[in-house]
Design a protein around this ligand. Sequence first.
Ligand code: HEC
Length: 108
Amino acid sequence: MRAAFSIALTLLPLAGYAAAPAPPMRPPQLGLCAACHGEDGHARIPGAPNLAGQRYQYLLQALHEYRDGTRKVPVMQAASGPLSESDMQALARWFSAQSPCKQPQADE
Ligand code: HEC
C-alpha cells in the first residue's frame, strides 16, 4: 500500500506531459456562477457574457479586476468576493475548457 502510494507520487509530475490535458475538475463554487453564466459558460441571462472557451489568463485577470475594484461591476464584485485565488483559478480553468457557443444568443 505504502509502496503503491510512493510510486503514484513519483509518477505524478509525468501527468503534466500527457498528450491531451485532463478535463478540469468541476469547481465546487460553480453554483455561484451558473445562474448568470451557465455551468457550461453559455450565458443564461441577457447582459451576462459567455465565458465558454475564453482564454484562461483573460478570465483569471477579469476575476482579479473585479476583486480589486479595477472593474467596478457590483454583481461581479459580489460574486467574486468569496472566492480564494485557487477558486478563481479553478473556475477560470473550467470555463476556458468548455465548448464555445456557436448558436446566436436568445437576446440577439
Ligand atoms: C448575477 C449574475 C452573475 C453572477 C452570479 C456571476 N456573474 Fe460573472 N458576470 C456577470 C455580468 C453581468 C458580467 C459583465 C460585467 C462587466 O461588464 O464587466 C460578468 C462578467 C464576468 C467575467 C468577465 C467576462 C469578460 O468577458 O470580461 C468573468 C470572468 C465572470 N463574470 C466570472 C464569473 C464567475 C467565476 C462567477 C461565479 C463565482 C460569476 N461570474 C458570477 C454576471 C454574473
